[in-house]
Design a protein around this ligand. Structure first.
Ligand code: SMO
Length: 702
């Protein structure tokens, strides 16, 4: 091996992906050229609960340019979508590709039209006759739940010197990737096979799900994720619309494509968050935490995307975060509602757990007159306590939680001085602090490395990419392990035809696990080359980590609230974080900044509104506010590095960090700003109207 070459791991290499992306040459699913495809458009349920009286497709089928119109019965028997049962499912929810007898939420696909253009397909949909009888909205129904207990939380809460309690109602969010869901299917008549281009973060899962649901041989399907314009968990499951499109291509033996409109995304793509958490924290006279009691209630829709139960589990199991609390009661429950489906969304329960405990701690600090940073540091697990097995059986792997707070302390001090200066000038200002834990996924990922006779190497990963820069960081990992220059290395990902079976890009796992798979495969290939084995050398690895790697960080936000309008500005923010071994610091910074912007959206403006009849009131970006560049404050970043012992690379997840840290830091800052006015218990999003009303009510109690 060439020992003298400069290490690639740790360098801020520029992204290989960007030249194509910024010059408009990247191929997204909607750009994939097909041969005279049929375009799909769906008739969707106009109501939240009804019985279908009649569905007349005759006029639609006769509409100009329409090739066919389909109802549920045309698809024959289909299998149910698989659900990751991280919580025991007490009741299965049916998953019709097209509605059969009942309509169970707004936006549910009822019928589909195939036509020679998207416009002709939509015209066909307009011609469908649907007659329904409204049903009363069913009550929410429990479908899963679990609880954990250690010590005697009830007794400790009873005996405590101080008890604080909070309830957090997370807004329902629309993940809103820039690219909506899209699928383009190239059908090959000669072999009766289909190449499915899909905007997905889990191409292998898509392939096995399409095959299983439609009961076809998986060898007939190849799934390719081309450039993916964001996913955020929303593209980790297959959707009824996508299953229909694949069925249509196989059934009609022709190319088929469907690209969702933005309205269809608000209506029928999975939403995120919407959890409610409640907690009580007990402290003794010294400020030591003695008990935590927490309840999580997670709503889901009438059908379950693959990871639907994950937020409910994460929101509970990450508690009590990095704190040492002897008595803990945790409970989580999943309830099905007649509302659009809910799935994982960047953070997937992590923001909810961290928000609850960090709000509780700030309440405790305020009530007892203690410094928020000091109170946290006093109660943290010391580095010697790690690895630490939690109540839920997880293992906090490595790090120095109080040390991280100490590292963040100078920023805390500086921002507090700024806050005090603003207050001194008569302005309403607050500083929020939050400590956050981010477990990255557990499990396996694959890699196949081929060393060619011409001295080049091909690295094929079972993982995928939706903009993270996977090719760039996997090239860096491979270059070091193979002792080769990056120019000779090609990375493939996101194609079931050319890559080994794998999991994909979700749960902050791709670098920690997927990167470790690349590392192990390359190490073995290099060793075999060093031993004189004849080229080509092919090594395929299925790498399983030892357990989750837990990234962590401290987030600070300085805010100002306008006394007249309630408008809040996030003036400055800071994050000190430990992401373990960093492969490319520029990619990590990008994740932290992008995640922070996304989390700021939850804290300040984003909210899906559904009325009492189950109707969606926020169906476009006219009604649903997204953060823009001007809303994002300067974010200073500082890092600590404790390599994780749980994976070969030593990496920890960072993909969701900002979405975890930003909301709670900003929420705590808003409380800090308005507490002097007598305001408490604010809910996100912290819109001007809400803050203004809170200030009015504090001034003139109702
Ligand atoms: S919410 Mo993520 O894509 O696991």
């Amino acid at each position: 091996m060439t020992g003298t070459r400069e290490k690639m791991i740790g360098r801020a290499e520029r992204r290989q992906e960007d030249a194509a992306l910024v010059s408009g040459r990247a191929c997204f699913t909607d750009d994939v050229a097909l041969d005279a495809p049929l375009y799909v458009a769906f008739l969707r349920s106009p109501v939240a609960a009804a019985r279908i009286l009649s569905l007349d497709l005759e006029a639609a089928a006769a509409s100009p340019g329409v090739h066919a119109a389909h109802r549920a019965e045309d698809l024959g028997a289909t299998s149910a979508l698989s659900v990751n049962t991280v919580l025991p499912l007490e009741r299965a929810l049916p998953f019709p590709i097209l509605a059969r007898d009942t309509l169970d939420c707004i936006g549910q696909p009822v019928a589909a039209v195939l036509a020679e253009s998207a416009a002709a397909a939509q015209d066909g949909v307009e011609a469908i006759g649907l007659d329904v009888e409204d049903r009363p909205l069913p009550d929410p129904e429990r479908i899963a739940g679990r609880s954990w207990s250690r010590g005697d939380a009830t007794g400790a809460l009873h005996d405590a010197e101080t008890v604080v309690q909070v309830e957090i109602r997370h807004p329902r969010l629309a993940p809103s990737p820039m690219e909506p869901r899209a699928i383009a299917i190239r059908y090959d008549r000669g072999t009766d096979t289909a190449t499915i281009y899909q905007s997905t973060q889990t191409p292998h899962r898509s392939r096995s799900e399409f095959a299983r649901i439609l009961q076809v041989d998986p060898d007939r399907l190849r799934v390719v994720a081309p450039a993916v314009g964001g996913a955020f968990g929303m593209k980790a499951s297959v959707y009824p619309e996508e299953v229909f499109a694949v069925w249509a291509a196989l059934h009609h033996r022709c190319d088929v494509r469907w690209t969702a409109t933005r309205s269809e995304e608000f209506l029928s793509a999975t939403h995120g968050r919407a959890l409610t958490t409640r907690g009580r924290l007990a402290l003794d006279a010294d400020g030591s935490f003695t008990a935590l009691e927490a309840q999580v209630v997670a709503p889901v829709g009438p059908w379950l995307p693959n990871s639907a139960l994950v937020p409910a589990l994460n929101a509970a199991r990450i508690l009590p975060s990095g704190y040492d609390i002897p008595n803990v009661d945790l409970a989580t429950e999943v309830r099905s509602h007649p509302l659009p489906p809910v799935g994982i969304y960047r953070g997937a329960g992590r923001p909810e757990a961290n928000t609850l405990i960090e709000r509780l701690i700030d309440e405790a600090a305020a009530v007892t007159g203690r410094d928020p940073l000091e109170l946290r540091r006093q109660n943290m697990l010391p580095p010697a306590a790690l690895p630490h097995e939690t109540l839920t059986g997880d293992v906090l792997d490595s790090g120095d939680y109080p040390g991280l707070l100490t590292a963040a302390e100078p920023w805390y001090g500086a921002l507090r001085a700024e806050r005090d200066a603003l207050r001194g000038a008569g302005r309403i200002s607050g500083l929020g602090l939050a400590f956050c834990l981010e477990p990255s996924g557990a499990g396996w990922e694959s890699a196949r490395v081929t060393l060619h006779e011409d001295g080049s190497a091909l690295v094929a990963s079972g993982s995928s990419s939706q903009g993270q820069g996977r090719r760039t960081d996997y090239t860096q990992i491979a270059a070091d392990a193979l002792g080769m220059t990056p120019e000779r290395i090609t990375v493939l990902a996101g194609d079931t035809g050319t890559c080994p079976e794998g999991i994909g890009a979700l749960a902050s796992r791709s670098t920690a696990i997927g990167g470790s798979a690349v590392l192990e495969a390359c190490r073995e290939a290099a060793a075999r080359r060093d031993a004189g084995e004849t080229l080509p050398i092919i090594v395929e690895t299925r790498y399983e980590n030892l357990g989750m790697a837990w990234g962590y960080g401290a987030y600070l936000a300085l805010v100002e609230i306008d006394a007249e309008t309630g408008a809040m500005t996030v003036l400055k923010a800071h994050a000190t974080s430990d992401s373990g071994q960093i492969v490319n610091p520029m990619l990590v910074e990008g994740q932290l900044i992008g995640g922070f912007a996304q989390g700021l959206g939850e804290a300040v403006m984003e909210r899906v509104v559904i009325d009492a009849d189950g109707q969606l009131l926020t169906g476009s970006f006219m009604d649903y506010a997204m953060p823009r560049a001007a809303d994002i404050p300067p974010l200073s970043l500082e890092k600590m590095t404790t390599p994780s012992p749980m994976n070969s690379l030593g990496a920890k997840g960072v993909g969701e960090a900002g979405t975890i840290g930003a909301p709670i830091a900003i929420l705590n800052a808003a409380h800090d700003a308005l507490r002097p006015l007598g305001v408490s218990h604010l809910q996100m999003p912290l819109t001007p109207a809400r803050l203004w009303r809170a200030m009015q009510e504090a001034r003139n109690p109702p």
